[in-house]
Design a binder for this molecule. Structure first.
Ligand code: ZN
Length: 546
């Protein structure tokens, strides 16, 4: 008879049993967002749908097990499993809560995010989810004794497990092939939900990118850039405001039922209401907007080029970039640039972030530092807003500007009532309205002709179909993530100097325009020409007499 002590150490487990248990765990709970999405598809229903889901799950588990079998080495096993468990847990939280998927642009955003932005995403709910789905199984994992194996047996076992898992994968795919092919063809985004392989795939893909593109070298553009406005005229000031996460449909001046933009409505502006973004995230849109290539050529480019900012600089203008966000993603690196995000100017700054108006506070001083001979030709100032950056919309707006209440004051948006999320978001648009009106007011006080162009980088989902934030792959992203505001204000002196006909601009109000027009239109507004300039994409110059 054999007695076991109650606290006898557990029998050492075979390492491949551990990888199998982790694979099964991963395919179940951490892939809940995938199963939720699958269950909502009309073509996946009834017994056949259930069998399809089962086959899909077995396939994913087999794929995960096959990969883990290759990584099953003595000192590697537990760290690798830990990475799988923790990545999966955070992936689950974001996919489930915000309805996002994990693809290349999402990973680029993550890499380029600053601590403040990351802080906006943290919440107790997130800690709880990652604790339960990631930390708990990891804690269990590290308590498991692993049976020591010689390297020969280990290699043999791994190869066997790899081959067996691959066979199971192929078999499950063959069994469900008919449904699998049609579901994947119609809903390709599902592959971005396979957790945590989606994260690993995207990270690998993003890291491999520099190998396929010559990223080190930046090819110059605008080497022949020149000013075409007649010399001898007073120099003009152009403010180019780069909006953040602003959806065109939530602007009162664009027909939104709520009056979010009373101050712009009282200015003589032109608002274009049918403008489409290049990407659905800052990292995708911003460099594309500032490129001369346009969306299609930009995405397929084989080299990296300088930006719109460089062309303006080469033309001899005084150029300044003021950034109240996490940076200009490389487009402003070669001109004077200043960050206002970490200033401590009251009352605009608190809790480690400044409201957008702070940019106007520091302008005078930084403009005076630009070379006088450049200022004599004209000045272009880029202002990169914090705008409506989510999910902590409530932080973007000073208390006095919160007109729509009650607002969602949490960054776990899905916890709030939808109307509260919309209220918090609309408050950010109302504050942008105030900021733009103040910017126009600033220009009105400045001598000489002046103009302002405001365009946002992408839109936002506010809970429609359970989607929040932005960054979905362009093809499947809803229109609200892609339609952006484009607002133009010009002083009477500017209109006079350039012979600008406002009626001609207004006639384009509902015309389908894109970020592709941005590069060429800003050059047109600044009166700059270069080899890369394409007049057919300039929405301003054809409305000017000279
Ligand atoms: Zn953005």
């Amino acid at each position: 008879m054999k007695f076991t002590r109650p606290n006898a150490p557990a029998a050492p487990r075979h390492p491949l049993l551990l990888t199998l248990l982790v694979s099964l765990w991963l395919v179940a709970l951490p892939n809940a967002p995938l199963w939720r999405q699958l269950a909502q598809l009309p073509e996946v229903s009834g017994l056949r749908g259930l069998l399809f889901g089962l086959g899909f799950a077995v396939g994913i588990a087999a794929l995960t097990q096959a990969l883990l079998a290759l990584l099953n080495w003595r000192w590697l096993l537990k760290p690798v499993l830990t990475v799988f468990l923790l990545s999966a847990a955070s992936g689950t939280y974001f996919m489930w809560s915000y309805g996002i998927v994990i693809d290349d642009p999402m990973i680029v955003n993550l890499i380029q995010t600053d601590p403040r932005e990351a802080g906006d995403l943290l919440s107790w709910r997130m800690a709880l989810a990652i604790g339960a789905l990631g930390v708990l199984p990891t804690w269990w994992l590290w308590r498991q004794p692993v049976r020591p194996l010689g390297w020969g047996r280990r290699l043999g076992g791994n190869l066997l497990a790899f081959v067996a898992s691959s066979l199971v994968l192929v078999l499950s795919l063959v069994l469900i092939y008919q449904d699998f092919a049609s579901v994947m063809r119609n809903h390709g985004m599902l592959r971005y939900l396979i957790n945590p392989l989606n994260s690993f795939y995207a990270v690998g893909h993003v890291m491999a990118e520099p190998l396929t593109r010559e990223n080190e070298q930046l090819l110059p553009i605008g080497t022949d850039a020149r000013l075409v406005t007649t010399s001898g005229q007073p120099p003009a000031t152009l403010f180019v405001v780069l909006g953040e996460t602003a959806r065109a449909g939530n602007f009162g001046i664009n027909g939104y039922a709520r009056d979010t933009t009373p101050r712009l409505a009282s200015e003589d502006i032109v608002s274009l209401r049918n403008v489409w973004s290049c990407g659905t995230s800052t990292a995708a849109s911003l460099p594309c907007m500032f490129s001369h290539l346009g969306k299609e050529a930009y995405e397929g480019r084989s080299a990296n080029f300088e930006s719109l900012v460089d062309v303006l600089h080469r033309a001899g203008l005084a150029v300044l970039w003021v950034d109240n966000q996490s940076g200009c993603k490389g487009v402003c690196d070669r001109v004077p640039n200043v960050s206002t995000a970490n200033l401590k100017i009251s009352p605009h700054c608190n809790e480690g972030e400044c409201h957008d108006e702070v940019m106007l506070q520091v302008l005078e001083q930084h403009l005076a530092e630009l070379p006088a001979e450049r200022r004599a030709r004209g000045t272009v100032v880029f202002m990169h807003q914090m705008g409506s950056h989510g999910p902590a919309y409530h932080k973007r707006v000073p208390p006095a500007f919160k007109r729509f209440t009650p607002e969602c004051a949490s960054n776990a948006l899905q916890q709030c009532d939808r109307q509260q999320v919309v209220n918090a978001y609309d408050n950010t648009i109302a504050y942008t309205d105030h900021f733009l009106a103040e910017t126009i007011g600033w220009l009105k006080k400045r001598p000489g002709p002046s103009a302002m162009v405001y365009v946002a980088d992408h839109g936002e989902s506010l809970g429609e179909n359970n989607l929040y934030l932005h960054g979905l792959p362009y093809l499947i992203a809803p229109d609200v993530q892609k339609r952006v505001p484009w607002i133009t204000w010009t002083s009477a002196a500017f209109e006079e100097q350039r012979g600008l006909r406002k009626s001609c601009l207004k006639a384009q109000q509902d015309q389908a325009l894109k970020h592709d027009h941005y590069f060429h239109s800003v050059l047109g507004m600044a009166g700059v020409r270069a080899a890369e300039y394409r007049p057919e994409l300039d929405i301003y110059t054809h409305c000017m007499a000279r």
